[in-house]
Ligand binder design. Structure first.
Ligand code: ASP
Length: 328
């Protein structure tokens, strides 16, 4: 008995000591599995800054590990040392890629500690500034009149822009052929859109809002069920549902992950900090300005986060299997 108490005390003390030692003077990398300058990168940079405030002396930095719809970055974190110094910020792709890539080199539910969800981000259907269309209806007419000649950018198979573009194209009344152009993220895709090298894209508001506001791209619709009527920039665009695409409702959630086996004292510290970040008015405002909403429900709880992702995985797998289209 005495021995047990001694062991238990030792375990508690060393867990506490580890938490105290973490993060020490070593930076904590938040791996973004897409290119810099894109929507996930935007969220990660704001998150890194807000986390730094919550854990005094910490240095959260963002690292972009690009490719294969986010799976290369996710794999990097799955295989990283489980010491809390390498984290992953991933979106709906965490649940979508296992259905699309049948030979994934990591297991989304088994290889990570779930640290809580971060935010929900709507998407927008946007076009290059030179497009003659100004409304969604004009846009559809233009597509019809230019069947086979247009292209649509995305951030790789299984990315949010890819999923959104596919859903939208399957809902178009006339199935006009379009060429898809994959990028390492919608950051570089946005540069090509602004430059007129690609015609259109479906991208998250964390990336598109500032560009729409600056008049550098055209926006035609939002992907949420209802228009974003409280947002000063995005309120001007109809929802795809209003435009006749029944049941079209797509919002991109993000979650934070650590490699499996990260000490509980560290995951708790990170989860506690994340929960505080989601109540930090500056972080909340930054999200709102970009059309996003921070998570306020129990999805900030790691167990709920994992349950949510598991349910999304099943839903998406059923849809992907029904379509029979895979990335590999
Ligand atoms: N989240 C990706 C990025 O940050 C884009 C996407 O998933 O479509 O580039």
């Amino acid at each position: 008995m005495k021995q047990w108490i001694a062991l238990a005390t030792l375990a508690a003390v060393s867990a506490g000591a580890y938490a105290q030692a973490f993060p020490g003077n070593k930076p904590v990398a938040i791996v973004v599995p897409f290119a810099a300058g894109g929507p996930t990168d935007r969220v990660a940079r704001d998150l890194a800054e807000a986390m730094r405030k919550q854990i005094p002396g910490s240095n959260f930095v963002v690292e972009n590990t690009v490719g294969a719809g986010g799976t290369i970055g996710a794999n990097r974190v799955a295989k990283a040392a489980p010491d809390g110094h390498t984290l992953l910020l991933f979106h709906i792709g965490m649940a979508a890629t296992p259905a699309l890539y049948r030979k994934l080199s990591y297991k989304p539910l088994e290889d990570f500690e779930y640290l809580g969800m971060v935010n929900d981000v709507p998407m927008t259907l946007v076009g290059k500034p030179q497009l003659p269309a100004n409304t969604y209806r004009d846009f559809e007419n233009y597509i019809r009149a230019n069947a086979g000649k247009l292209n649509i950018a995305h951030a790789g198979l299984g990315s949010a822009s890819h999923i959104c573009g596919l859903l939208w194209q399957t809902n178009l009344q006339s199935k006009e052929a379009m060429t898809t152009i994959p990028f390492g993220g919608t950051g570089p895709a946005m540069t090509a859109l602004i430059g007129g090298q690609v015609d259109m894209m479906c991208d998250q508001t964390t990336s598109t809002t500032a560009q729409i506001e600056g008049g550098r791209i055209k926006a035609f619709a939002v992907t949420t069920a209802k228009p974003l009527s409280n947002h000063p920039v995005l309120k001007h665009y109809p929802s795809l549902q209003e435009m006749g695409m029944k049941n079209f409702n797509l919002t991109i959630w993000h979650g934070l992950y650590a490699p499996k086996g990260t000490p509980p004292a560290v995951t708790k510290m990170l989860n506690d900090a994340l929960k505080k970040v989601l109540k930090d008015s500056e972080f909340v405002k930054k999200n709102e300005n970009l059309g996003a909403l921070v998570v306020t429900d129990n999805r900030t709880d790691p167990a709920e986060h994992k349950k949510f992702v598991a349910a999304e995985m099943l839903k998406i797998k059923a849809a992907v299997d029904a379509a029979g289209k895979y990335a590999d």
